[in-house]
Design a protein around this ligand. Structure first.
Ligand code: ASP
Length: 429
């Protein structure tokens, strides 16, 4: 009986993988071979797929705010001293910024090799669609906004940086108060465990949820829209792959000596989840849990660095933005200078910090990057139609960057249980 149960649990990764493929295949069949109509569109795509897929996604999102809050309180409480906390924070920020800058540089190089925009016809471009650019908030206000005027409002709005700020404060003081606040401390730690159990319970539905989300996406887009954009997509995919399976894994190997293949295998379900939902934020609970259970990364580290990364570290998004810059500059025949490229590296790094971990926001912050080097914001309309599939892929890279950084910091802070990392699950995992 136990064995049977174990087998079932170990198969989740495989099941998710199969769902991804089946979902994509089924979606494409629906798009091309099943005639439009009530049954296909209303019942299947916008009925069953929409409800089941989004129900699963919402169930994961439901856990994000309480989990992030409790796990940061617990994490900072158990670290206790502000010095170590500060060090972890500074290291994570540094790592996030450097990898983002690397990612854009890689994207610019790949794009210049592939020349995605050469020969592109932009004459039919409708310019109305992309009227609103991202609103410009000053840097000072962005910083100030980290301090919540009302923490309950911050929680209600899911403002990640405000939640992180308040939770760290609570955690540090709880550690200082020790026995005098034992009941509150215990409450948070038990609530945290409860949220983790809920994460795993919701993940049981992942194969079905992932199938529905992917099938709905592919049923909607098919291949036709992709054709004129193949070079652009190829450049983004290539740069994303190089970042996800090259840059990160080299950094992991160099800085920790850990086996990157094991990392990819163990982390795959999280990538698949991020891919099918295109939402970094919703991935936070699963990421923390997977790092803890499968890779031996202590929650004392991951509880800070994962939510922080999901909020400010978007290397995949930065890659899309880098390639988009080259694409649009070529399509519109606006040559870019070296200074322009440096400006793009700087602005796309900032844009990636400002990109929220939800679908499509990378497209909105892209306008900031375009404006910085005088490219027409209308260019965004060119890539809008096919962005979803890239959004899915870049989100998987976004959260992989957070996890690699977390693993490296945990290793450096002796918060990594190597025996857990080395242990390879049995077949099926
Ligand atoms: N969907 C991305 C994320 O959640 C953000 C974006 O690039 O649009 O990480």
């Amino acid at each position: 009986m136990e064995k049977k149960q174990e087998k079932k649990k170990l198969g989740l990764t495989t099941l998710i993988f199969i769902s991804l493929l089946l979902g994509a295949g089924f979606g494409i069949i629906l798009h091309y071979w099943i005639p439009e109509g009530y049954v296909r569109d209303t019942v299947i795509i916008n009925g069953v797929f929409y409800v089941v897929g989004n129900g699963f996604l919402r169930a994961m999102q439901m856990l994000v705010v309480p989990l992030v809050f409790c796990s940061i309180v617990c994490g900072s409480m158990s670290i206790g001293d502000t010095k170590t906390l500060g060090k972890v924070g500074v290291k994570a920020m540094g790592f996030y910024l450097v990898t983002t800058a690397l990612a854009i540089t890689l994207a610019l190089s790949v794009a210049n090799l592939i020349d995605p925009g050469v020969g592109m016809d932009v004459s039919s471009l409708e310019t109305a669609e992309v009227a609103e650019a991202a609103e410009n908030i000053s840097f000072a206000d962005t910083l100030l906004n980290i301090i919540p005027k009302n923490p309950i409002q911050g929680l209600a709005e899911g403002n990640m940086l405000q939640i992180i700020f308040f939770a760290i404060f609570v955690g540090i003081l709880l550690a200082k108060r020790g026995e005098r606040s034992a009941a509150v401390a215990q409450f948070f730690s038990q609530f945290n465990d409860l949220m983790m159990d809920m994460t795993m319970a919701v993940m049981k539905a992942a194969p079905i949820g992932v199938f529905c989300l992917i099938a709905k996406t592919f049923a909607g887009i098919g291949f036709d829209a992709f054709l004129p954009m193949l070079k652009y997509m190829a450049a983004v995919f290539l740069a994303l792959m190089l970042q996800g399976f090259g840059v990160y894994q080299i950094l992991l190997k160099l800085l920790t000596g850990l086996n990157p293949i094991k990392f990819i295998k163990k982390f795959f379900p999280v990538m698949a989840f991020a891919f099918s939902t295109a939402t970094s934020n919703a991935t936070i609970p699963l990421s923390i849990e997977t790092l803890d259970k499968k890779m031996g990364v202590s929650k004392r580290i991951s509880s800070f660095t994962i939510p922080l990364g999901a909020t400010i570290n978007m290397d995949g998004t930065a890659i899309m933005q880098g390639v988009a810059v080259v694409f649009v500059s070529q399509a519109f025949g606006i040559p870019l200078t070296l200074t322009d490229y440096l400006t793009v590296i700087a602005t796309a790094t900032i844009a990636s910090i400002g990109t929220a971990g939800v679908p499509s926001v990378g497209l909105i912050t892209l306008s900031m990057v375009f404006t910085s080097v005088g490219l027409p914001v209308e260019g965004i309309a060119l890539i809008m139609g096919i962005d979803r599939i890239l959004d899915m892929t870049r989100t998987a890279v976004n959260i992989t960057g957070d996890a690699v950084c977390t693993t490296i910091i945990a290793h450096q802070n002796k918060e990594l249980r190597r025996e857990v990392y080395e242990r390879m699950e049995q077949k099926g995992e």
